[in-house]
Design a protein around this ligand. Structure first.
Ligand code: HEM
Length: 398
């Protein structure tokens, strides 16, 4: 008889970065409300509990941010994370004003531009039969798209991307944002401040200019509010989408019988994207702080306690997804929880999906097959972003 090790879970653990899913399965079965004493948080791992917390802004607060990292956690979190780190009514006000500019129509109108950017990066990468899917493609496109959206000129884009990468990277054993990351944050904030100043002086047709003009009943965003939203876009929309693309590429390669579906019929690419979002999502967890005492799965939790909502685990809950450990492009993914739920539902979900569909479709129409060099894979070590930092790929062009 084998005895199981005692159940332990920390999002800083490198073994968890490597593969969190066996631990998630044990958490759901043995301790759906798990308490980590050292880091002082509770973790919810079942779909129903994660979804209920997402929908309940009265009991679960975003006001301390959505990350356990000490430097990102606390009452000032909104400075870098804007309305993601606010509760109603402040959240409602800002999200509504931003929503006037960051509209579904603006996102849909970006399709042709996203295709252009994707094709440019792909064609350059495909000139060599072997390239790094992340470094040469997936790591570039989302930042270019956001930069295009907000109005960062092409000449500044690689520097903005470098700063954004520094923000999310963690060295092993480090439970906080490193000094380099903090410095990158300041440089980036200064860059955006200049950009906002420029839009005050000159009219331009980009999201930044539109945000400065947006108003609801005479209420507008201040410069600082626009800057912190631009910051949020980089943190929320860049790394997450890169990792979604990389995870799709990797899991497609690991499951050739599934990859054959979009390879044979590009109309199946959306299924590839959705199943990847469910199976191995780039945002593994989101933090909340209880505003009132709650009882979940029989566990009493006081007000003011930290809760990790384990999205990656909820997406593998057999109560919602039959045979959850199977990567299956034919399954119903409607209840995936990768973009959250309720009032903080991801504002960029449509953009992320559009980017992923366009990027992967353009890749598949150019190649017949691809192979991954497993020995060259590198995983990103970030507390809540799951995905690859390097994904060496060899392609056979069509
Ligand atoms: C695969 C890609 C993405 C994933 C997995 C993802 C995931 C999430 C999740 C889980 C939340 C909810 C946070 C919470 O409840 O506290 C969120 C919020 C948000 N996301 Fe995304 N996201 C992605 C891409 C994007 C993109 C491309 C953008 C923008 C360009 C974006 C912008 C935002 C914003 C602004 C919020 C805050 C919404 C609010 O607090 O009201 N995201 N995202």
């Amino acid at each position: 008889m084998t005895t199981l090790a005692p159940l332990a879970y920390s999002p800083y653990d490198y073994a968890i970065h490597e593969d969190p899913y066996p631990t998630y399965a044990r958490l759901r079965a043995e301790a759906p409300v798990f308490y980590n004493e050292e880091l002082d948080f509770f973790a919810f791992s079942r779909h129903a509990d994660v979804l209920a917390a997402f929908r309940d802004v009265d009991r679960y607060s975003n006001a301390y941010g959505v990350s356990l990292d000490p430097a990102a956690y606390g009452p000032d979190a909104h400075r870098a994370m804007s309305f993601l780190a606010m509760d109603p009514p402040r959240h409602t006000r800002m999200r509504s004003i931003v929503g006037k500019s960051f509209t579904p129509r603006r996102v849909a109108a970006m399709e042709a531009r996203i295709r252009e950017l994707a094709v440019a990066h792909l064609d350059a990468a495909l000139e060599a039969a072997t390239f790094d899917f992340i470094g040469d493609f997936a790591g570039r496109l989302p930042m270019d798209v956001i930069s295009d959206l907000v109005g960062v000129p092409p000449s500044d884009r690689s520097e903005v991307r470098r700063l954004a990468d520094l923000l999310v990277h963690r060295e092993e054993g480090m439970n906080d944002i490193p000094q380099e990351g903090l410095e990158a944050a300041l440089t980036l904030a200064g860059y955006y401040a200049e950009m906002v100043g420029d839009r005050r002086r000159h009219r331009r047709d980009d999201l930044t200019a539109s945000l400065l003009e947006a108003e609801i009943e005479g209420d507008r965003l201040s410069d600082d509010e626009v800057i912190s939203f631009l910051f949020l876009l980089v943190v929320a929309g860049n790394e997450t989408t890169t990792k979604l693309l990389g995870n799709a590429w990797y899991w497609g390669w690991r499951h050739p019988e599934q990859l054959a579906k979009p390879m044979g019929d590009p109309a199946r690419v959306p299924d590839w994207v959705e199943e990847t979002l469910r199976y191995d999502t780039s945002t593994q967890m989101i933090l909340r702080v209880t505003r009132q005492p709650v009882t979940v799965q029989g566990v009493d939790i006081d007000a003011g306690r930290r809760i990790l909502l384990l999205i990656g685990s909820a997406n593998r809950d057999a109560a919602v997804f039959p045979d959850p450990e199977a990567y299956d492009l034919d399954r119903n993914t409607q209840n995936l929880i990768s973009f959250g739920g309720g009032r903080h539902f991801c504002m960029g979900a449509a953009l992320a999906r559009l980017e992923a569909r366009v990027a992967l479709t353009e890749a598949l129409v150019r190649i017949k097959a691809y192979d991954v060099d497993e020995a060259g894979l590198q995983r990103v070590h970030s507390i809540n972003v799951r995905g690859l930092a390097a994904l060496p790929t060899t392609v056979t062009p069509r």
